[in-house]
Design a protein around this ligand. Structure first.
Ligand code: ADP
Length: 479
């Protein structure tokens, strides 16, 4: 109960933290985008309006100044007559000062007059500068300009123009309004999508986590349902295939332990039975004792062989490193022939061979010896009276092919896929009779594969079997 609660809390923590990170990153991006969206276009368009206002006001002020600068006398009357001829209809306020700061002309169309620093502007104007100021306030563009009126290089007055533009202000306000609406919709949409996405993602991560825990607790049959093709789905697939491998290895291990104990139990039981018979049979004749003791010796030899082979298999399983050197297959096979010859003679099987010279592979002498001997022994053991065994070593393209052919009892087609399994025997009683352990071929396969070899089994068209092991040819450097 406690662990379940802990697990739930952990899941929740992970969920929260991943969700939080996702949301945090999405929201940060969102805030940046919305801020930029709400400021940049407004600033740009406002500046554009300011610039156009400055241009148009400056043009008008310069025109007025030019028209007034030609006047001989700078009187209110003269000014009024010139001004009446000029087009100043679009301006909110036009004021003309003389050099004593007296207002000689004024025309105003607005009640609202915001003094955005006209005094400073006029002072600046009498200092000989065109002075402009503009602001955007409460949705209105308020701009003013003061331009000096020159007569024979002397400042005789100043034209002051004041512009009050609600129209362009409204456009900007509308733009701002629309951007705000878009931002709101964008924010809502992003938040919704990110919540949806981050929660789906975290649910999937949690699923994976749960699956890992389940498998860690030993339930190797657990699989995560895979949907979609994204990286997480690929992760699920990888997890499933890893679990499948684990399950297979676990099954193999269990089966191996069960088989091994069974295989070890059988000879031990026979030894016990035979010794009991010797002990418990009164007046047992020496001939029978000899026979029983011979059987006991055979069984113990089998036990010894089996433990040796089990040890070899464990080494192969553990990938114990063996030093790989340049091995001349012919030389190793000749050694095998010397061992195999007496066994073949004993079984009344003829043994022949044909070895190409210079067939080098990268392996270890002992491992290759083990492979050829095991295959050769099987070919003799599972043969018939008067049968034959032929062993060949041939160079084939960039490979070396070692073939062991016999004219023996053969292996039924349906047994072939299993003969490399540990403890698998086709004819159990025959194998036991001749001291087989059912481990030889699995050792051959694992050893060959360890040195980059591949093993192929075929039923001969007439009778018997052909086992071939193909190794990559090693191009050794001749000195
Ligand atoms: P064993 O120690 O029983 O010989 P192996 O792993 O070497 O174990 O062989 C597995 C089984 O494959 C043997 O029990 C035998 O039935 C069969 N087998 C192997 N080689 C041959 C062969 N050349 N001809 C017929 N059957 C064979």
């Amino acid at each position: 109960m406690d662990t379940i609660l802990k697990e739930k809390l952990l899941n929740r923590k992970i969920h929260l933290s991943i969700n939080f990170k996702f949301l945090f990153s999405y929201l940060s991006i969102l805030v940046i985008v919305i801020t930029v969206l709400n400021t940049y276009p407004i600033i740009i368009s406002r500046n554009l309006v300011f610039r156009s206002k400055q241009n148009s006001l400056e043009t008008q002020a310069n025109q007025i100044s030019a028209s007034l600068s030609v006047l001989d006398s700078f009187s209110e009357k003269n000014l009024a007559s010139v001004m009446s001829m000029l087009d100043i209809g679009n301006l909110a306020r036009v004021t003309v000062f003389n050099s004593d700061y007296d207002v000689l002309f004024q025309e105003s169309k607005v009640d609202t007059y915001i003094d955005n620093g006209s005094e400073a502007l006029i002072r600046d104007c009498f200092a000989g500068n065109n002075s402009f100021r503009s602001q955007f306030k409460d949705g209105v563009f308020i701009s003013s300009i003061a331009v000096p009126i020159l007569n024979s290089g002397r400042i005789v007055g100043c034209v002051y123009l004041y512009d009050y533009d609600e129209y362009e202000g409204t456009i900007i306000l509308e733009l701002l309004n629309n951007i705000r609406k878009i931002s709101l919709a964008l924010a809502l949409f992003t938040v919704m999508v990110s919540i949806l996405y981050s929660s789906t993602f975290t649910v999937r991560i949690t699923n994976l986590l749960r699956a890992i825990k389940t498998v860690r607790e030993g339930e190797y049959s657990y699989r995560i349902p895979v949907a979609g093709h994204d990286e997480l789905s690929q992760l699920y697939e990888e997890f499933n295939s890893l679990t499948q491998r684990l399950q297979k290895t676990d099954e193999m291990r269990r089966r191996f332990v069960a088989d091994a104990s069974h295989e070890l139990k059988t000879p031990l039981a026979s030894i016990r039975l035979l010794s009991d018979s010797i002990i418990e049979t009164p007046n047992i004749d020496s001939e029978t004792v000899k026979e029983f003791v011979t059987d006991i010796r055979d069984e113990s030899e089998r036990l010894a062989r089996m433990s040796e082979q089990l040890l070899s298999l464990t080494k192969l399983d553990n990938n114990v490193v063996t030093v790989r050197t340049d091995v001349d297959c012919g030389q190793v096979a000749e050694r095998v022939m010397r061992t195999l010859n007496p066994i073949a003679q004993q079984n009344n099987v003829s043994l022949s061979w044909d070895f190409d010279s210079d067939c080098h592979i990268l392996a270890s002498d002992d491992d290759l010896y083990e492979i050829i001997l095991n295959l050769g022994e099987n070919a003799v053991k599972y043969n018939v009276e008067g049968g034959s065994v032929f062993i060949s070593i041939k160079k084939q393209d960039s490979n070396v092919k070692i073939t062991v052919t016999d004219t023996g009892v053969g292996i039924p087609e349906h047994d072939i896929p299993y003969i490399f399994d540990r403890f698998y025997r086709v004819d159990k009683s025959r194998s036991r009779e001749i001291g087989g352990t059912g481990l030889g071929l699995s050792i051959v396969k694992a050893t060959a594969e360890r040195h980059g070899g591949e093993i192929v089994v075929e039923r001969n068209p007439e009778k018997g079997m052909t086992f071939s092991v193909i190794f990559p040819l090693y191009f050794h450097q001749t000195k």
